[in-house]
Design a protein around this ligand. Structure first.
Ligand code: SF4
Length: 246
């Protein structure tokens, strides 16, 4: 650790008081080795400034609530040790590409709307099974990385396309779409993928891998997007082939 006392500079803003410009508030606080940025935020709120707002829940990188920008890098506050930085100043800012509600709390509505659009659940056309539907280990492996997504929105905040185009579905929604389209138990139609065969969907991605860099769970949303593009192109090729054969 650089020092036993750190300065936390936190970007403060309240959407209910839009006339006040955002500003950095500084908090000096003692840090003991092993503490995370989230642990320090909780102490700052409890011991210094009860008006500070941020989201958190599990403290174990499972709930995905505490995504923010930490010294310029998007990450979860609960899995970021204060001691990893070569400075005793920690700068905290809210996730980019979202409207700020207050301080580090952003309005996740666009993220959840995109997620809802991809119908993030198993779609079945067959009749109700009498027992659970078997999935082989080989089939499960195909979706493993996408299942690991905790919907923290780090990738959404890092996405340069969303920075310029709020209509783009975003990496997390596309990764989840691939998760369900690859699932051996899912029976969604090829047509349902067509809704994302556009610049707002799979073709909007710049494939610059910022989402992969930002993901705290090693999900590779770009792989999902590229996989969806291949599926859509294959479906199109099949359609043309069927038309030629007629
Ligand atoms: Fe978070 Fe990764 Fe899921 Fe994006 S893909 S929401 S960064 S876990």
């Amino acid at each position: 650790m650089i020092s036993d006392t750190y300065t936390f500079k936190i970007l403060r803003y309240d959407a209910k008081e839009p006339e006040k410009e955002p500003y950095f508030a500084s908090y000096k606080i003692k840090v003991i080795p092993g503490l995370t940025v989230l642990a320090m935020l909780l102490r700052i709120r409890d011991e210094i400034d009860g008006t500070l707002s941020f989201r958190s829940s599990c403290r174990s990188a499972i709930c995905g609530s505490c995504a923010m920008v930490i010294n310029g890098k998007i990450d979860l506050a609960c899995r970021t040790q204060v001691a990893i930085f070569e400075t005793d100043t920690i700068i905290l800012e809210p996730l980019p590409n979202f409207e700020v509600i207050k301080d580090l709390v952003v309005d996740m509505t666009p993220f959840w709307q995109m997620y809802e659009k991809i119908q993030p659940y198993l779609i079945r056309k067959s009749s109700e099974p009498e027992k659970e539907i078997h999935q082989s280990q080989k089939d499960r492996k195909k979706i493993d990385q996408f299942v690991n997504c905790i919907l923290c929105a780090c990738c959404y905040g890092a996405c340069p396309v969303l920075n310029r185009d709020g209509n783009y579905a975003g990496p997390a929604a596309m990764a989840k779409l691939q998760r369900f389209s690859l699932d051996s138990r899912d029976e969604r139609s090829a047509e349902s993928l067509e809704a994302f065969n556009s610049e707002d969907g799979v073709w909007g991605c710049d494939t610059v891998f910022r989402c992969i860099e930002a993901c705290p769970k090693d999900v590779r949303p770009t792989d999902g997007i590229v996989g969806l593009r291949k599926t859509l192109l294959k479906n199109k090729a099949k359609e043309i082939w069927r038309a030629v054969k007629k």
